[in-house]
Design a protein around this ligand. Structure first.
Ligand code: ADP
Length: 683
């Protein structure tokens, strides 16, 4: 028997492995099974080249558990190792500068293991002792046993092994007993080894016999050795892609479509990406793209490798050219990785364009499910926009689809305002904005439906991209003013009358938390609604954007501002005006007279003080002005009180306000109840 020290320059690497790699303990299984697979593939290569002339036989890699002995064994029938090879490949590992490196990447087991070619030693993350029993494929080779208990000392001795190949026996540490559970190992094999290229068996297939699960003779093979992405697209049918998708994501709906990736120059990459049908955000969080390296599962966090907006896709990417043993930040600056990311983005864009060109109907049918991905891409990636804007669609409230260019042609004649801006009208809720949409359509306008999660941001972007274009939600103004064709027509009434009318309504508006109204009068024609609520585009959009960005809480806290528009051409508003006039004229005229006097006096005083410097104005003069101002304020509040008292008893005013609120979903609770009661009385 031979004894020796493993060539570790650091004092003792094993406690370090264990401590630093704690969170990723489970990858030991991936490392050992892939070593077994590699050894088997090497043998197959030798056989094909004639360097190995024996029988290949059953090459299945076997993983087995012995709970009583507390061991996991990974067995293969690959090339095996001679004593010299063990010495070379296992004993002499060079950990130069290990401490620094470990410190830097302590949270990233992939980086550490990759960096040191440390695959085999990851066994010590879970084992207190590891045995290798191996016999080389070379003729007449002597089987050997290597043992190590986690200290730098090992033993190496001759052993018995009837056939070529290797058994790795892990004596599981007491604090890692979970890895002796069948279900745990089964889950890990399924995660990491599911698509390895050599059959991997975990125990035997089971069947029900006499009310019990018993082993059959048949190996329980856990992997698919020839996964779909490794095959040629020409050999595959749609059904194959769909089946593969179901296998990967059993709970998901059928995908919209897929893209088979296949490059071998200037880097190697294969894979299949699926556009999923998203039912909920959970689909996006749980079902992710899986990254493989030669069919070995690596990770499902592909940020940096796949462009941001495509991380929402599902499927598999397999590339030996992605440096997995480096940190994430390094990954993003790696030129190969950049090329891969650009390639994937281009492929996706080309595929979308092809579907759009060849089967526009299908493209339109899938658009509603697709748009989230495309919008995300438009917003986050400049070069994607440059291509995708040719096939990105608008959908109008009638369910018709247009490309950006088609839509521009459609609305150019009718929806250009007096300053030459093209006005895109949109709704984001067909039900809630029904009356506004109807009004706009009746005027011959087209209205887009923009009800996606990203539409607010998209609208902002398109206003920058398109020349002379503005997006306006249909309820942001009265229909006549949505697209300003001529200079504004003011309400056709005297200023004094308008002020009283405004006060009548303002005084009766309900208090709604975080909502403010501004009442204004317009001439909208006798057939238009007597009253309606609009919300200015600019402030509303600022608030919506604020809600998307947590940092902008300031805007989010501001009240919602609405306009209550009174149509002075409508007979109901006209009658409110005449009724008010008659009812309060007697009470109001002395106040008005008083106000006129006070206003005149104020003007005189101000005129007198206008040309004086601040220190030339006497105390008496200052008091004089303050006195007039206070009196004006008093008279005004008297006037308001008179109007408010009258308006409080005017059922038409209340009914009109409530109808406007109701139409916008703002009439609730007690106010709604009062409205119902009043309506019944009126009937
Ligand atoms: P890597 O696989 O990255 O080279 P490992 O530490 O996992 O690093 O393995 C070191 C070497 O030990 C391998 O390159 C291989 O030559 C040898 N080896 C490991 N496991 C086996 C096995 N099951 N059969 C034959 N050789 C093996």
């Amino acid at each position: 028997m031979q004894k020796g020290n493993i060539g570790v320059t650091t004092e003792n690497i094993f406690p370090v492995i264990k401590k630093f790699l704690y969170s990723d303990h489970e990858i030991f299984l991936r490392e050992l099974v892939s070593n077994a697979v590699d050894a088997t593939q090497k043998l197959k290569t030798y056989a094909s080249k004639g360097d190995f002339k024996g029988e290949l036989g059953d090459l299945t890699v076997r993983v087995s558990l012995d709970k009583e002995a507390g061991t996991i064994t990974i067995s293969d029938y690959g090339i095996g190792m001679t004593a010299e090879e063990i010495d070379k490949y296992i004993n002499q590992i060079a950990f130069s500068g290990a401490n620094d490196f470990l410190d830097k990447y302590k949270d990233d087991a992939n980086a550490i293991i990759g960096h040191f070619g440390l695959g085999f030693y990851s066994a010590f993350m879970v084992a207190k002792k590891v045995d290798i029993i191996t016999r080389s494929y070379q003729e007449g080779a002597q089987a050997v046993k290597w043992s190590c208990d986690g200290s730098p000392e090992f033993t190496l001795e001759d052993a018995e092994r009837a056939e070529r190949g290797t058994d790795i026996v892990l004596h599981i540490d007491d604090d890692c007993k979970e890895f002796l559970e069948e279900s745990r190992i089964s889950t890990l094999l399924n995660k990491y080894c599911r698509f390895l290229p050599i059959a991997v068996a975990f125990g035997k297939k089971k069947e029900w016999k006499d009310g019990k699960q018993v082993d059959t003779e048949e190996d329980n093979v856990i992997n698919d050795t020839a996964p779909l992405w490794m095959k040629k697209p020409q050999e595959l049918k749609d059904e194959d892609y769909k089946k593969f998708y179901r296998d990967l994501y059993p709970m998901s709906d059928e995908p919209l479509f897929w893209i088979h990736l296949n490059v071998d120059y200037p880097f190697n990459l294969t894979g299949v990406l699926y556009f999923p049908k998203i039912k909920s955000n959970i689909d996006l969080q749980k079902n992710k793209i899986q990254l493989y390296c030669n069919q070995v599962y690596v990770t499902d966090s592909v940020e940096g490798i796949v462009p941001d907006f495509l991380t929402l896709l599902h499927g598999v990417i397999d590339s030996p050219d992605i440096p997995l043993n480096v940190s994430r930040s390094y990954l993003q600056s790696d030129s190969n990785v950049k090329k891969i990311s650009t390639y994937i983005s281009k492929k996706v864009s080309d595929r979308l364009q092809a579907i759009f060109k060849n089967d526009r109907k299908e493209f339109e049918q899938k658009w509603d499910d697709l748009k989230l991905f495309i919008h995300y891409g438009l917003l986050t990636q400049e070069d994607f926009y440059d291509k995708a804007n040719k096939y990105t669609l608008f959908k109008d409230t009638d369910g018709k689809y247009y490309t950006y260019e088609e839509y521009q042609t459609l609305i150019k004649d009718n929806q250009t305002d007096k300053d030459g801006n093209l006005i895109y009208l949109y709704a984001n809720n067909k039900e809630e904005q029904y009356s506004y949409i109807e009004a706009a359509l009746a005027k011959g306008y087209n209205v887009l439906l923009m009800d996606g999660q990203l539409d607010t941001a998209l609208v902002g972007m398109l206003e920058h991209k398109f020349e002379k274009a503005r997006f306006t939600r249909v309820d942001s103004d009265v229909v006549d003013r949505l697209i300003a064709k001529e200079d504004d027509k003011k309400a056709d009434i005297e200023a004094g009358k308008e002020e009283i009318l405004s006060s009548v309504f303002t005084s009766q508006l309900p208090q709604i938390n975080k909502v403010e109204f501004h009442v204004e009068a317009h001439s909208l024609g006798e057939n238009a609604s007597p009253i309606l609520i609009t919300q200015g585009e600019y402030m509303r959009r600022m608030k919506e954007m604020a809600n998307l960005q947590p940092g902008m809480a300031f805007y989010g806290e501001m009240p919602d501002m609405f306009n209550l528009v009174l149509n002075v051409d409508h007979k109901l508003i006209k009658s409110v005006m005449t009724d008010t006039d008659q009812a309060i004229e007697a009470e109001l005229s002395p106040i008005e007279a008083e106000l006129r006097g006070l206003n005149a006096r104020q003007a005189v005083i101000e005129q007198a003080q206008k040309d004086k410097k601040a220190d030339e104005i006497t105390e008496a003069e200052k008091n004089d002005l303050a006195d007039v101002e206070k009196k004006i304020a008093d008279e005004k509040s008297k006037k308001e009180a008179v109007i408010s008292k009258y308006a409080a008893g005017n059922k038409v005013v209340h009914q009109l306000i409530d109808l406007a609120l109701l139409q916008n979903g703002m009439l609730k609770g007690e106010a709604l109840n009062n409205f119902v009661k009043r309506s019944i009385e009126l009937i």
